[in-house]
Design a protein around this ligand. Structure first.
Ligand code: MV4
Length: 446
């Protein structure tokens, strides 16, 4: 198998550094691309080559397809790793890479389009036998159709934008009297946000858990799963803490969800690593929500409990390697806290600025993925996640204790961070019991 000679990393921050590290270990040359705001960043320093692709504004740098393709051409990169966010699930970018004979380490344009339209993604999964939330067949035609469908599904129902994602363009409807207003508002919102006012409807699942299955597929039609991640601790659709195994998981449920994840991967002939997101209700019934065709922020915890380097696996699968093992179950417990440059005392308001003092925790079972250091200036132009603190231990109880110890050691001065929030969370009786769902943050008193 011929691996790539040189990979361009079309991203920034900790994930760019994460990808460079694996490439180095694999003997693959790296090209960092950077905006002027990131000229002094660690990815630029540690990559073999670096190319400036524009100003701080993402739209003119990390989202500029022509600038990134030009950087790949002049450096002779044979593949592009998009990381997450930015162009990682951009149909056009995947297509342009194909046209330039550069391997896009991610999904094909067809797969991105197929998964990006939620109603058609759901139809694909129903046809493949993946459990989906009971709901309308395809898009709602008009208001009378919406009322008719809701009566059939039974209230409460949720209307979702077919072009939506990340919680935008969704509305719960509790009774028929509220349907007309909800229909108008959700359509208008979806048209404005996505340029597409197509809506579909589902039964509203109350207080679900968000549990996702890490999957991998190869070019020969094989697929496997690498167990689950529980991402139920979220705020406004931003994940704050992820862990594996899920405290809610049973061997039986993992088998069923793992099988469903593999079915989903095979249904779209998925190549590479991906994630199938499910909602799990209190009866442990689970339903397909969406499929992510990228490496995710929380891939680290799966690495910790399976001992696989998922970026390495992703690169090998993109280069045409076959899947051999698979269907791994966690051997340890891992937790990740996302450390954001945000002020938890002020509604998690972004807190950019200079890090004046920095000390990272260490010791047994502690991992930090970050690009920051003492003296680093956090730009207001980008995502507020500045570090991921990951621990692993034999049991969940020990992992929580280790996380508390590591949080106590973590010194980041000059800006506000979410460290105090995580310290509080690790002391919360409900969290410690594993008794939580996606509504947890609505009532958590920080
Ligand atoms: C739902 C739901 C309840 N019932 N669908 C939120 C993001 C988007 N991908 C789907 N979402 C939801 N869909 C039905 N039929 C509840 C949510 C939801 C949610 C899901 C996962 C994680 C956090 C969430 C927070 C609020 C709502």
């Amino acid at each position: 198998m011929a691996l790539f000679k040189k990979i361009l990393i079309a991203n920034r921050g900790e994930i760019a550094l994460r990808i460079i590290r694996t490439c180095k270990e694999m003997g693959i040359k790296t090209v960092a691309v950077y905006s002027t705001a990131d000229k002094d960043s660690l990815p630029v320093r540690f990559a073999d080559e670096a190319v400036c692709i524009g100003p701080a504004l993402s739209a003119k740098s990390y989202l500029s397809i022509p600038n990134i393709i030009a950087a790949a051409e002049i450096t002779n990169a044979d593949a592009i790793h998009p990381g997450f966010g930015f162009l990682s699930e951009n149909e056009k970018f995947s297509k342009v890479c194909e046209e330039h004979d550069i391997k896009f380490i991610g999904a094909t344009p067809e797969q991105i389009a197929g998964m990006g339209d939620k109603a058609s993604a759901k139809a694909t999964m129903i046809a493949a036998g993946v459990p989906c939330i009971p709901g309308s067949k395809g898009l709602l035609k008009d208001l009378p159709d919406a009322i008719k469908q809701a009566t059939k599904i039974k209230y409460p129902v949720i209307m979702k934008a077919t072009a939506g994602g990340g919680g935008k363009g969704m509305r719960v409807v509790w009774k028929e009297e509220d349907m007309e207003a909800a229909w108008d508002a959700t359509r208008a919102e979806s048209a404005a946000a996505f340029g597409n006012d197509g809506l579909y409807m589902e039964k509203f699942i109350e207080e679900p858990r968000h549990i996702e299955i890490q999957i991998a597929g190869d070019q020969f039609g094989n697929a496997c799963h690498l167990s689950e991640r529980d991402c139920s601790i979220q705020r406004r659709h931003q994940k704050l803490v992820e862990e594996t195994p899920s405290p809610f998981m049973t061997d039986r449920l993992r088998k069923k969800m793992g099988t469903a994840g593999i079915k989903a991967a095979k249904a779209v002939k998925y190549e590479g690593v991906g994630t199938v997101e499910f909602l799990v209700d209190k009866n442990r019934d689970f339903y397909f929500m969406e499929m992510n065709t990228r490496i995710q922020v929380e891939h680290t915890i799966t690495e910790e409990v399976t001992n696989y380097d998922l970026i390495k696996e992703q690169i090998k699968l993109a280069a045409g390697e076959k899947i051999t093992g698979g269907n791994l179950i966690p051997q340890m417990h891992a937790i990740q806290c996302r450390i954001n440059a945000e002020d938890p005392d002020n509604n998690f308001r972004p807190s950019p600025g200079k890090i004046t003092n920095y000390h990272a925790p260490g010791g047994h079972g502690v991992r930090i993925d970050t690009h920051v250091y003492a003296g680093y200036e956090i730009s207001p132009h980008y995502d507020s996640m500045i570090s991921k603190l990951i621990v692993r231990a034999q049991t969940r109880e020990e992992a929580i204790k280790k996380m508390k110890r590591a949080l106590d050691e973590y010194v980041i001065e000059g800006i506000k961070t979410t460290i105090p929030f995580h310290q509080k969370l690790m002391e919360d009786p409900k969290f410690i019991e594993g008794d939580f769902n996606t509504s947890f943050m609505e009532t958590f008193e920080y």
